[in-house]
Design a protein around this ligand. Sequence first.
Ligand SMILES: NC(=O)C1=CN([C@@H]2O[C@H](COP(=O)(O)OP(=O)(O)OC[C@H]3O[C@@H](n4cnc5c(N)ncnc54)[C@H](OP(=O)(O)O)[C@@H]3O)[C@@H](O)[C@H]2O)C=CC1
Ligand SMILES: CC(=O)N[C@@H](CCC(=O)OP(=O)(O)O)C(=O)O
Length: 348
Amino acid sequence: MKIQVAVAGASGYAGGELLRLLSGHPGVSIKTVAGASSAARTLGEVQPHLHSLADMVVQDTSAETLQGHDVVFLALPHGASASLAETLGPEVLVIDAGADFRLESASDWGQYYGGPHAGAWPYGLPELPRTGGERQRDRLRGARRVAVPGCYPTSAVLALAPGFAAGLLEPRDVVVVSASGASGAGRALKPHLLASEVMGSMSPYGVGGGHRHTPEIEQGLSWAAGEPVQVSFTPTLAPMPRGILTTATARLREGVTAGEVRAAWEEAYAGETFVRLLPEGAWPATSSVVGSNHVLMQLAVDERAGRVVVTAVVDNLTKGTAGAAVQAMNLALGLDETSGLPETGLAP
Ligand SMILES: NC(=O)C1=CN([C@@H]2O[C@H](COP(=O)(O)OP(=O)(O)OC[C@H]3O[C@@H](n4cnc5c(N)ncnc54)[C@H](OP(=O)(O)O)[C@@H]3O)[C@@H](O)[C@H]2O)C=CC1
Ligand SMILES: CC(=O)N[C@@H](CCC(=O)OP(=O)(O)O)C(=O)O
C-alpha cells in the first residue's frame, strides 16, 4: 500500500516542485492537490510541466480536503499553516514548507514575523551537525511534524555549521551574503519581480539585519556551536529562475590552522549523499544543482583576515524547499532517506 499524500499550495512554486518530486517517488501516491484561487482548475492548467498529474483537479484548501492522508505537505503563505495543522491528527505526518514552526524563540518570531508564535517543530535539515556529535536527522526519525528550513538558511547553516560544531569559529562577526533566483519569492505577482526589473540586474534587499532568515540562520548555527551565534545577513536578488549562491565567512579562533578547518568540513559531510565539499580548488556554481537535492560547497582560509570563507550553492526549490520536505518525509517514515530525490541536475 502506497503512502497517501496531500499537497496544499499545489499551484505555487514550492508545491509544484513537491509534486514533481513526489510523482517520481516509488512509495507515494498523490491523492489530493489543494490551492486557493486555482481551486477547480486542473494541474495541467496551473503546473503544465507536471505531465503525469495533468488531469488532477485542484481542491480548495480546507480541513476537510486535507483529511484522510498519511502525509500532508503545506506549501502556503506564512501564517496559513498553524490553523490547518491543528485539524490534522497526531498520527498524520505534517510537513510545513513555510516558516510558521521554524523558530524556537517567540521573541525572534514576534520581531521578524509578528503575530502569535505557533511553536517550533523538528527542523528539517538532516545533515546539520549539532553540538555533542548529534545530527539533526536523529530528531526527524519518527517525527509527525516537521518544519522545512528556509532556502537561505539551508545554504548558510550548512556552509558554516561544521566549523562551529568543531569549535573552530568565533560566534561573533559572522557575515553571510546570498544571491537568490527570483523563484525564491514565490509565484504571486510582485512589481519588483517583473522580468524587466530582474533581468540583467542584481539588487540587495532586507539589508542591515532586517531579513527574517537572520534569526533562523543564527538558530541553526547556535545549535551547531552550543552557544549563541550572531550573524549579519544580506540577501540579493539575481537574474535567474532558480538557485542560491551563499558566501559565508566567520573569524577563526586563535591558533586554528587551515588543515584543521578543511578536516572539520570533510569529516562533517563525508557520509552525506546530498551535501558535498568539492575537491580543493573547485568552486561551486548554481548551475550544478538545478533540479537536484544537493548542496555543493568550497572553502578557503583567508589567513590575512583570519577568517574562513565558504561558498555554497543550492536549488532553492529542491534542497531549499521541496527536496528537504521529501527527505524529511523519508526519515520520519523510516524509508530510504534518498528515495524519490534527484541526485542528478540539469545542464547546461
Ligand atoms: N519559493 C521558495 O524558494 C521557497 C518557499 N518556501 C515557502 O513555501 C511556501 C510557499 O511558497 P511558494 O510556493 O514560493 O509561494 P507561491 O506564491 O508560489 O504559492 C503559494 C501557494 O499557496 C496558495 N495559497 C495562497 N493563499 C492561500 C491561503 N490563504 N490558503 C491556502 N492556500 C493559499 C496558493 O494557491 P493559489 O495559487 O491557488 O491561489 C499557492 O498554491 C511559503 O511559506 C514559502 O515561504 C520555502 C522555502 C523556499
Ligand atoms: C528571492 C526571495 O524573495 N526569496 C525569499 C525567500 C524565500 C524562502 O525561502 O523563504 P521562506 O520560506 O522563509 O519564505 C525572500 O527573501 O523572502
